[in-house]
Design a protein around this ligand. Structure first.
Ligand code: NAD
Length: 272
């Protein structure tokens, strides 16, 4: 028996990256998974790759009407809803001054309004099943401050508040809601803003990071590690976890290793 056997899950932003990995792990553990995204071709391909236990639906998380239609379809086709993963998100790497009000509003709509609408639309179907689990994918930028992502960071902190306050309201229905706070994700999200650096690293060109503060474990997280934490929170194994923040960051948010200070591991090359 899989850890999600018999459960029906909706994963937003699952056409690629973190969401696709979460969908993969969920299917492997026996869930029926609805891959929801605005990327129709990529989403359909991801669902097809996952086999009969997965299906793609178009969902723009900023639309309340689309949420209602998608969840009604999920209940009709699959018999109910047990798990919602609010994973869809967008990012801009720019200073506050270089982030237009329009772009900031868009980030807030996708990253924060979207999950609010998802939680709101999931209450009735989850109540009908006697409970459920909602997981918001926040970020290390929702645990500490990060420059260059101010609008994004605000939404990722917001997701944690959303989860804690919703947990107080929804616990009475057996609906739990928690946050995963990863320090990494899909390269595709950051690539447009770090194209030059990533190209240099991929081509093997040496990049000198030896003097810069480093992560405690000398590496960043993998998509699988984020998906496994999400799996735990989605499953009944986490039945007492509600309103919590679960960092998956190799120690990134506890501090940085300062080169040259006592106890610092030697630089390992590459960007960690
Ligand atoms: P990604 O860009 O590969 O995936 C995001 C997905 O969300 C895409 O498939 C995209 O099409 C979808 N999406 C965007 N707008 C949408 C909308 N309006 N409706 C539905 N779907 C929409 O990036 P990722 O890293 O896999 O991101 C997944 C989550 O992880 C996001 O919430 C992101 O903020 C978070 N995260 C990412 C990183 C990182 O370094 N990439 C770090 C920490 C947290």
């Amino acid at each position: 028996m899989g850890r999600l056997a018999g459960k029906v899950a909706v994963v937003t932003g699952a056409a690629r990256g973190t969401g696709a990995e979460i969908a993969r792990v969920f299917v492997d553990e026996g869930a029926t998974v609805v891959v929801a995204d605005v990327l129709d071709e990529r989403g359909a391909a991801t669902a097809a790759e996952l086999g009969d236990a997965a299906a793609f639906v178009h969902l723009d998380v900023t639309s309340a009407a689309e949420w209602d239609a998608v969840l009604a379809g999920v209940v009709e086709r699959h018999g109910g809803l047990d798990v919602l993963v609010n994973n869809a998100g967008i990012l801009t790497l720019a200073t506050i001054g270089d982030t237009s009000p329009e772009r900031a509003e868009q980030i807030m709509k996708v990253n924060l309004l979207g999950p609010f609408l998802g939680i709101r639309a999931s209450i009735e179907p989850m109540q009908a099943r006697g409970g459920g689990s909602i997981v918001n994918i926040s970020s290390s930028a929702g645990v500490h401050g990060e420059h260059g992502v101010v609008a994004y960071s605000g939404t990722k902190w917001g997701l944690r508040g959303l989860a804690k306050s919703a947990a107080l309201e929804l616990g009475q229905y057996g609906i739990r809601i928690n946050c995963v706070c990863p320090s990494g994700g899909s390269d595709e999200m950051v690539a447009p803003y770090m194209a030059t650096l990533m190209e240099r690293m991929r081509s093997g060109e040496p990049v000198d990071f030896s003097g810069t503060p480093r992560r405690p474990m000398g590496r960043n997280v993998t998509l699988r590690e984020i998906a496994l934490m999400t799996l735990f929170l989605a499953s009944d194994e986490s039945s007492a976890c509600n309103g919590g923040d679960f960092v998956v960051d190799c120690g990134y948010t506890v501090g940085h290793v300062e080169p040259g200070a006592p106890g610092a591991a030697p630089a390992q090359g590459g960007r960690s």
